[in-house]
Design a protein around this ligand. Structure first.
Ligand SMILES: NC(=O)C1=CN([C@@H]2O[C@H](COP(=O)(O)OP(=O)(O)OC[C@H]3O[C@@H](n4cnc5c(N)ncnc54)[C@H](O)[C@@H]3O)[C@@H](O)[C@H]2O)C=CC1
Ligand SMILES: O=C(O)C1=NCCCC1
Length: 284
C-alpha cells in the first residue's frame, strides 16, 4: 500500500480490497495497532451482497486480536457484531457533532446496518419519528415491526423521497450502486450518514448532493483511495470527524453535512480489545 496513516497513537495502513468480480464479492484486510491501548488486531471481512438469497449475512467478518509484545494471536473472534455496532457508533458520534436537530430520522435500507443505526441513533437522540424505505418494501415493513416491538415510532415509506422529506438525520445503508438520495429532497441543515459501499463508498448519493454539502469522513488517508471517484470529480472532503472532535475543523451544522463512513480498523481493534477483556473477567 502506498501510504500508512500513522500518528503517535495509531498505526492504520489503508486497507486492502480484493475484488472478486466473478463472485460479486470483496475481501478486505484491515490491520491496526494502538500504542495507548497496547493492542493489535486485523479484521478480515467479506462483502457478498447476494448472500441474502442464501440466507447468509452479506457482511461476514472475523477479528484476530494479537499480543502486540510477541505477535502471538490471543483471540479469534466473530467480527459481525463488532462491524454492525461500531459502524453505527461512529455515525452516532458524527451525528452528535454535525447535527443540531434530531426529531426525524430517515433510513434508506432495511438490513443489518439499517437496524443497528436505528437502534443506536434512537438510543442517543430519541427521535420523534423513524422512517424507513427499502427497495424491497416488505423488508422495510419487517424492520419497522421489529423496531415497533421495542416501543419506537416507525413509519415505512413507499419511496425514498417521501422518506427523507424534512428529515433531520438521514442514513443510507444499502448495496445500491446508483444514487438513491437526491439533492433536491434534502432540507437545509440536514445531516446524512452515508454508510453503504456498493460499487464504491459514494454510490448511494447523487454527485450534485456532494457538490453542495460539507463532507466529513473517518479517515482521510483511506479516503484518498476509497473516495477517489469523488476527488477525481473535483469534490473535496472538508475534514475528519476526529478533527471536529479535537476542534481543528469546524462543524458546519447549518449546512447539509455528510459523514462519509468508510469504516476504520482501529474501531474494530478497540471493540475487540474490550470484548476480550470482558471475556477474561468472566473466566476468572
Ligand atoms: N461504512 C462502514 O463502515 C460499513 C459499511 N457497510 C456497508 O453498508 C451497506 C449495508 O450493509 P448491511 O446492512 O450489512 O447489508 P444487508 O445485506 O444486511 O442490507 C443491505 C440493504 O440494502 C438493500 N439493497 C440491496 N441491494 C440494493 C440495491 N441495488 N438498491 C437499493 N437497496 C439495495 C437490501 O434490501 C438491504 O435493505 C453495504 O453497502 C455494506 O458494504 C457495512 C459495514 C460497515
Ligand atoms: O469497515 C468495514 O468493516 C466495511 N467497510 C466497507 C464494507 C465492508 C465492511
Amino acid at each position: 500500500m502506498a501510504s500508512v496513516s500513522m500518528c503517535n497513537e495509531v498505526i492504520q495502513p489503508p486497507r486492502m480490497f480484493m475484488r472478486i468480480p466473478s463472485k460479486n464479492g470483496v475481501l478486505l484486510t484491515m490491520p491496526a495497532f494502538s500504542e495507548s491501548e497496547n493492542a493489535m488486531a486485523c479484521k478480515l471481512v467479506t462483502a457478498y451482497p447476494r448472500n441474502v438469497e442464501k440466507g447468509l449475512s452479506s457482511i461476514i467478518a472475523t477479528v484476530l486480536l494479537f499480543d502486540p509484545d510477541t505477535g502471538k494471536v490471543s483471540a479469534i473472534m466473530d467480527g459481525n457484531e463488532i462491524t454492525t455496532w461500531r459502524t453505527a457508533a461512529a455515525s452516532v458520534v458524527a451525528t452528535k457533532y454535525l447535527n443540531n436537530q434530531t426529531k426525524t430520522l430517515a433510513i434508506l435500507g432495511a438490513g443489518t446496518q439499517a437496524r443497528s443505526h436505528a437502534e443506536a441513533l434512537d438510543l442517543f437522540f430519541n427521535f420523534t419519528q423513524i422512517r424507513i424505505w427499502n427497495h424491497r418494501y416488505e423488508r422495510a415493513q419487517k424492520l419497522a415491526s421489529n423496531l415497533e416491538k421495542e416501543g419506537k415510532s416507525v413509519v415505512t415509506c413507499r419511496n425514498a423521497e417521501e422518506c427523507v422529506q424534512d428529515a433531520d438525520v438521514i442514513v443510507t445503508a444499502t448495496f445500491s450502486s446508483s444514487p438513491i438520495l437526491k439533492k433536491d429532497w434534502i432540507k437545509p441543515g440536514a445531516h446524512i450518514n452515508a454508510i453503504g459501499a456498493g460499487i464504491s463508498h459514494h454510490s448511494e448519493l447523487e454527485m450534485e448532493l456532494y457538490e453542495i454539502a460539507v463532507i466529513y469522513t473517518d479517515d482521510m488517508s483511506s479516503a484518498k483511495y476509497e473516495l477517489k471517484g469523488l476527488l477525481d470529480a473535483g469534490i473535496s472532503i472538508f475534514g475528519e470527524i476526529g478533527e471536529v472532535i479535537n476542534g481543528s475543523k469546524s462543524a458546519e451544522c447549518n449546512k447539509i453535512t455528510i459523514f462519509q463512513s468508510l469504516g476504520m480498523a482501529v474501531e474494530d481493534l478497540v471493540s475487540a480489545k474490550l470484548i476480550y477483556e470482558e471475556y477474561k473477567k468472566m473466566k476468572k
